[in-house]
Design a protein around this ligand. Structure first.
Ligand code: ATP
Ligand code: MG
Length: 211
């Protein structure tokens, strides 16, 4: 049995065509089913539906053989126990630093001020600002980061941006790119060794279907 961990929403939707290229079709839609384990047309392949940020954990411990996770999530997780053989080029966006439009980020950095940064991506943010030599106090949030600068919780946020519409609606501006984000295939290292004859053809099919 091969278990593939996916999150609902954009990752599931954008992974469907890749699964199909590997001859895998889910028997149910996770948006309408309450089941967390979904069968497929292939009796030897099942899907499990988990939180996006939990995908690497399921694969790391071998509860799933394969998963699809954003680079944002993978960087926070650290990647222990995971092979990352393929960038799937889906769920693309950018990790950005954003501030209130009346906050002068550049001069705060130039003056060497301590900047308060609210984010869900604490490890990513710490690494980013350390590499630039910018002093920050990090505040961990679990969502709606855009609110933090508006109510004085922080000077800046580190968050994913695609169209920028949410930033704009909240009077925030992106001032710095942290990294380009897309989703990667992750594979449990032991699974790849023990189940290579099943997994390798899947990886090849995914690779062939990546745009
Ligand atoms: P949860 O909703 O469970 O807290 P999440 O918000 O991270 O988790 P999704 O919104 O489904 O879950 O995002 C899954 C992945 O898709 C993210 O880890 C990221 O890599 C990518 N992603 C997030 N936002 C966008 C976006 N606006 N455009 C494109 N890709 C995105
Ligand atoms: Mg989300």
């Amino acid at each position: 049995m091969i278990t593939i961990a996916l999150s609902k929403g954009r990752i599931f939707e954008e992974t469907l065509p890749l699964l199909e290229a590997a001859g895998i079709k889910p028997l149910e839609d996770p948006e309408t089913s309450r089941k967390l384990i979904l069968g497929t047309n292939r009796p030897d392949v099942r899907l499990i539906i988990v939180r996006a940020s939990d995908v690497p954990t399921y694969v790391q411990y071998g509860a799933a053989d394969i998963g699809v996770a954003g680079k944002d999530v993978l960087n926070e997780h650290g990647g222990d126990g995971l092979y990352q053989p393929l960038d799937l080029n889906i769920a693309k966006c950018r990790m950005m630093v954003a501030v209130r439009s009346d906050f002068d980020y550049e001069s705060a950095v130039k003056q060497g001020a301590r900047i308060r940064v609210a984010t869900k991506y604490v490890k990513t943010a710490r690494e980013h600002f350390a590499s630039k030599g910018v002093h920050v106090d990090l505040i961990k949030l679990y969502g709606s980061m855009e609110l933090a600068p508006l109510v004085g919780l922080s000077d800046a946020i580190v968050d994913l941006v695609s169209s920028g519409a949410t930033l704009k609606a909240n009077n925030l501006v992106a001032v710095e790119e942290v990294s380009q984000i897309s989703s990667r295939l992750v594979v449990n290292q032991a699974s790849l060794k023990l189940k290579r004859s099943t997994i390798q053809p899947m990886l090849d099919a995914f690779a062939g279907a990546v745009k």
